[in-house]
Design a protein around this ligand. Structure first.
Ligand code: CAA
Length: 393
């Protein structure tokens, strides 16, 4: 039998304190969020205005090439840096948060990891600079959780592929400059091994933006259908092998789930901070309501669950930075952080009482935004499915 398993120093650092570099990214993300997002997020949400200014400023701050290598114009940072940054961004605006998360984790990262030298050189600098915003197109109207059941087909032709189909719930659809599209390359082939991954620029003939969704939360982010009719994609824009796309999609989602779990941390923290302030100011029965255990214990639970969620998220991010297989840990982080966030949002509205049910207080928006963290990038029960499959391995 081996001795006790003592985590190495970097593990301890990742778990219990942030390095100077991690603190720097947190501080610069916090400065950005308080300057650009805090004063505008409620209005963008109300008016369903895409946060163009926030995306432009994010690009200027280097937040659109976070995990992209420096030689391609990125910051060359890791998933833990991204998680820390995304918590800060989502503290004030979950619409901007998902836009930045999808761009980095679901578009830049797979190109960085699976792209040829030519693909990286052609796409990554334009994505990192913000010239192009990225969109990830996996889901279809009839295939959500069962993603491999997609119907979009890529048919072989001279020098490339021709795509036909419809993609649904595409984040940043109206503003994206590059779409990462998954399609069946071998209709008779084995499910999950017959998918290709295609890089398609906006404006490609046959690619159209369809219906824009009206949503409960993250209303300033853009969510659309993408219609593909006879869209030609040259061979040089196929990412990986033409049968490898589903693996790329799922590996990519491991990283994306850290991003959404970080979004949950940000919304959760917003609920906690606003509720703590309100509970200390609001008086009933002659004293601040914080003095009542019914309120104070809710806040104690919220704070404890936030720290527990953060540990899971940072551990998953750190493991992914070590290039360790961490599918289970990413799903655990998303499962716990998104559920804890929703419990916090529920309690935040309850603590605010009638006030929390109005748009005058921001917890109303946090409550609506929290819901999506349990739905996109793999619903809560899909995370349980992934975790339980790993337990049984
Ligand atoms: N990394 C790499 N490869 C993986 C993997 C991972 N994390 N997970 C599975 N694979 C491999 C498997 O080993 C398997 O390969 P082999 O055939 O060679 O053995 C292949 O991928 C297929 O895997 P499964 O058999 O497990 O596939 P499945 O059909 O049973 O589906 C699933 C698994 C977990 C249910 C998956 O379909 C899933 O995650 N569904 C949810 C979809 C989802 O999250 N959608 C989010 C949409 S994107 C979005 O919301 C973005 C946005 O804009 C905000």
């Amino acid at each position: 039998m081996g001795g006790p398993c003592v985590p190495s120093l970097p593990v301890m650092e990742a778990l219990f304190s942030l390095s100077e570099e991690h603190q720097m990214i947190r501080d610069s993300a916090r400065e950005y969020a308080e300057r650009i997002l805090k004063p505008n997020a409620a209005r963008w949400d109300r008016e369903e205005t895409f946060p163009e200014e926030a995306v432009r400023e994010a690009a200027a701050s280097g937040f659109l090439g976070l995990t992209t290598d420096e030689e391609y114009g990125g910051a060359g940072l890791g998933n833990l840096h991204a998680a820390i940054l995304l918590e800060e961004v989502n503290r004030w605006c979950a619409s901007t948060g998902v836009t930045i998360s999808v761009h980095n984790s679901l578009v830049c990262s797979p190109i960085q990891k699976w792209g040829t030298e030519d693909q990286k050189a052609r796409w990554l600098p334009r994505l990192a600079s913000g010239e192009l915003l990225g969109a990830y197109c996996l889901t279809e109207p009839q295939s959500g959780s069962d993603a491999a059941a997609m119907k979009t087909v890529a048919k072989r032709t001279d020098g490339g592929w021709v795509l036909n189909g419809t993609k649904a719930w595409i984040t940043s659809g109206t503003h994206a400059g590059l779409f990462v599209v998954y399609a069946i390359t071998d209709p008779g082939g084995r499910k999950g091994r017959n998918v290709g991954c295609f890089l398609i620029p906006a404006g490609a003939p046959g690619l159209e933006i369809g219906k824009k969704e009206e949503k409960l939360g993250i209303r300033a982010s853009s969510t659309t259908e993408i219609l593909l009719q006879e869209v030609f994609v040259p061979d040089e824009d196929v990412l990986g092998d033409p049968g490898q796309g589903f693996k790329i999609a799922l590996d990519t989602l491991d990283g994306g789930r850290i991003g959404i779990a970080s979004q949950a941390l940000g919304i959760h923290r917003a609920c906690l901070e606003d509720s703590l302030k309100y509970a200390q100011e609001r008086e009933q029965f002659g004293q601040p309501i914080f003095r009542f255990q019914a309120i104070a214990w809710k806040l104690a639970d919220m704070a404890t669950e936030l720290e527990a969620a953060r540990l899971l998220v940072h551990r998953a991010a750190w493991l992914r930075d070590q290039r360790a297989r961490c599918t289970k840990e990413c799903s655990m982080a998303k499962l716990f952080a998104s559920q804890a966030c929703n419990r916090a949002a529920q309690d935040a509205v309850q603590i605010h009482g009638g006030a929390g049910y109005t748009t005058e207080f921001e917890v109303e928006r946090y409550y609506r935004d929290a819901r999506i963290t349990e739905i996109y990038e793999g619903a809560t029960d899909i995370q349980r499915l992934v975790i339980s499959r790993h337990l049984a391995q």
